[in-house]
Design a protein around this ligand. Sequence first.
Ligand code: NAD
Length: 435
Amino acid sequence: MGDRYASFANSGPGRGLVKRLGLPDPPRLRRHRPGDPLIDGPVLLGAAPGGRLAAQVRKVLEAAGVEVLDQPLTEGRHGALIFDATGITDTGHLGELYAFFHPHARSVRTSGRVIVLGSTPQTTAQRALEGLTRSIGKEFGRGITSQLVYVEPGGEGAMESTLRFLLSGRSAYVSGQVVPIGAGTPPVPADWELPLAGKTALVTGAARGIGAAIARVLARDGASVIALDVPAAGEALAGVANDVRGRALQLDLTAGGAGERLASYLSGPLDVVVHNAGITRDRTIAKMDADGWSSVLAVNLLAPERVTAALLDRGLIREGGRIVAVSSVSGIAGNRGQTNYATSKAGVIGLVQSSAPALRQSGITINAVAPGFIETAMTARMPVTLREAGRRMNSMAQGGLPVDVAETIAWLASPGSGTITGAVVRVCGQSLLGA
Ligand code: NAD
């Protein structure tokens, strides 16, 4: 599972060779450790004339202990560049982007951050912002991520959880994304290190890989976790549940009446539901047998659909609850040999987007994360050439870790993210697939 090339490239002899031969150069990514500051180094904050967010951004960041500058450093590098582009309402004003980013393009630290704030993708000038942020993600390198955040009018008070996530090491493998923040003022956690204190979270497929990491991160953030997996994975599941001081539930989600069994197991409503369980049965469609098709659809799409319905019908997702489903970049881009998997994972995006409007009335959000290449047992089984291509064909020149997906889910699951719904956030290091 380990990435030997990345270890070599970051070693003494490796560094020189990588530079000389122009080989892929995977940086060591900054990942969150409890107690870390949000970001290393000051944030340079710029704004186009008429922007409505810069003052609020400054207030939120300064309260979080971040140094915010409106004049660039003359020495040293910035931890992040944030640009309030909400004032750009006319394409004639897009030059404001050049005026801010051109002189500061080389001023960002390794694993630094670029965030552009817009209002809506529905106007020509605002939609144009996406081309800038996605390109910066590809140009800056050195583990620097770049995102576009659209903040709907009325969503000014809802930015904090997203700014904290995007600036911190929690978003190490998230780049080139567009995050929509809707109007409203979600609750502010009493302690940002424990945003899920007092919450109960269900994580499916929690015995190993990404699911185990999700259980650990949600528990770290204060949640009581119910870790669910198939009976055959019972031992590993018990290990994870013990680690997080949670409960283990052995259940095959494709078994008849699985939703009902889950419902009868629960002693009260859930605050967070994470649909993570998933399988692959890769074959081109010409070679795939009917079981290979239906088993993948059953676990990856029908189970989340039915479990969500069973829980909602019985009032077992609390008002203000959070549902996060794990999709895949394959569900966005398609992938040779994965018609079944990509269909199921595109369906997960459909589930999220079609359910979000109705759930809004009960304050429940539903979002998807779409991992790219993540170092797990699933990707360790890939043929070596495909595996190496998956690792390198992204802006970070390396695979992500299960914790990267887990951190993204924890952000979407947190109370402060209550106005983000129907979104799909890729955790793919800005993979070239479907970009
Ligand atoms: P994994 O195979 O390591 O873990 C999946 C878990 O789901 C296993 O513990 C398995 O027992 C469980 N599971 C399978 N069928 C189940 C069922 N019927 N009922 C209950 N549990 C069941 O996989 P992973 O790499 O950790 O992937 C987790 C999720 O992330 C999956 O949905 C996968 O499609 C998605 N994903 C992974 C990658 C990657 O690179 N690893 C990329 C994109 C998406």
